[in-house]
Design a protein around this ligand. Structure first.
Ligand SMILES: [Zn+2]
Length: 238
């Protein structure tokens, strides 16, 4: 294992041990609330969680290797309670695995929802409400990505009238307002991907009364981002 991986593993181990001890004790009824600002879950603030993701992605880009993550030990640590520190809504695309894209994040750290084109339907928003309100997740990231097939399909539908049947058709329909506004003939779909991720983040932050309240209390931030499949870089949009 390289020195950098070793440092990461040691630092991660220390940070996560503190969290999982609190979560585990709470799960056993030995402690009514983990010791942190929100009364449950991680003690990280939204900005600290965002900085952690940025640091992890920079590590993934600079030295894209899989660090030793002590999976067996970590699995045991979080078995009785979880305290994830970021929720990621990403595309189901197999090239966009959040735990790897953010630098080798371990079991029990990220609360992940995935579907084609990272859209916010009732199941996704309900899942994020559970993560933020009941698990104390301080940061929600809607993560679009370059070369997204679902967004490309929406542009095909917007520009050429392509039809998609079944539930996939309904999924594509949900991206159509952004696709009709931003898709341009012969142009890359990057603006559409950014616009769709930003819109989804706004829907989560505004349509969910739970998330809206947590955001107004300063306990949660909802941001959008785009992952570049070629370079590995995550661009945080806002
Ligand atoms: Zn995609």
């Amino acid at each position: 294992m390289c020195d950098r991986c070793d440092q990461r593993t040691r630092r991660q181990f220390l940070a996560l041990t503190a969290v999982s001890v609190a979560a585990g004790m709470a799960g056993q009824g030995l402690m009514s609330k983990p010791a942190n600002a929100s009364g449950k879950g991680t003690s990280m603030t939204p900005d600290e969680a965002l900085a952690m993701l940025k640091e992890g992605n920079a590590r993934y880009v600079a030295e894209p290797q899989l660090c030793e993550t002590q999976l067996e030990l970590r699995r045991a640590q979080v078995a009785k309670g979880q305290a994830p520190w970021a929720a990621i809504l990403s595309c189901a695309d197999s090239r966009v695995p959040p735990e790897l894209v953010f630098g080798g994040v371990n079991v029990g750290e990220l609360f992940v929802c995935r579907n084609a084109a990272n859209i916010a339907d009732f199941a996704t928003i309900g899942t994020i409400e559970y993560g933020t309100e009941h698990l104390g997740v301080p940061l929600v990231v809607v993560l679009g990505h370059t070369r997204c097939g679902a967004v490309a399909a929406a542009c095909e539908a917007a520009l050429k009238g392509a039809k998609f049947t079944g539930y996939l058709g309904q999924l594509i329909d949900s991206i159509m307002p952004v696709a009709k506004e931003l898709c341009k003939e012969g142009q890359p779909t990057l603006d559409v991907i950014r616009g769709s991720a930003r819109r989804t983040a706004e829907v989560i932050a505004n349509d969910s009364e739970v998330v809206k309240r947590l955001v107004s209390e300063g306990k949660v931030k909802v941001v959008s981002a785009m992952y570049d499949i070629d370079t590995g870089v995550v661009e945080f949009i806002g």
